[in-house]
Design a protein around this ligand. Structure first.
Ligand code: HEC
Length: 100
């Protein structure tokens, strides 16, 4: 019985996973020191990023890669340093950004 409860809890956590892909996840990964959802800071706003790549079918994959490995020359002179600590969350973050 205990096993079943544990399994259900784990499944519940997995299901809750995508819901975590929100601003809290961006905060946790320090993205919000340079980004905000709807205003430009050091980096472009997440909404501007989503708008730029709307309609591009590989956007999520490409952005996840940019998050982990860094990006430059796409929005301006300021480059984004690689975010290796966020690599595990990069796909979820990219998905969240593209959904804004
Ligand atoms: C030190 C500041 C800084 C931090 C920290 C930072 N960014 Fe960025 N980010 C930038 C800048 C500057 C750009 C614009 C780069 C360019 O012009 O290519 C950018 C661009 C991006 C892009 C667009 C990339 C592309 O290929 O067009 C995404 C997506 C993004 N950031 C997400 C994130 C996420 C998610 C985090 C946290 C894990 C994060 N950033 C942390 C500064 C930062």
């Amino acid at each position: 019985m205990k096993r079943i409860t544990l399994a259900l809890t784990a499944a519940g956590l997995l299901l809750a996973g995508p819901a975590l892909a929100d601003e809290a996840l961006a905060k946790k990964n320090m993205c919000t020191t340079c980004h905000a959802v709807d205003k430009k800071m050091v980096g472009p706003s997440f909404k501007d990023i989503a708008a730029k790549y709307k309609g591009s079918k590989d956007a999520e994959k490409m952005l996840a890669e940019s998050i982990a490995k860094g990006s430059k020359g796409k929005f301006g002179a300021m480059p984004m340093p690689p975010q290796p600590k966020a690599a595990g969350d990069a796909a979820a973050l990219a998905k969240w950004i593209m959904g804004l």
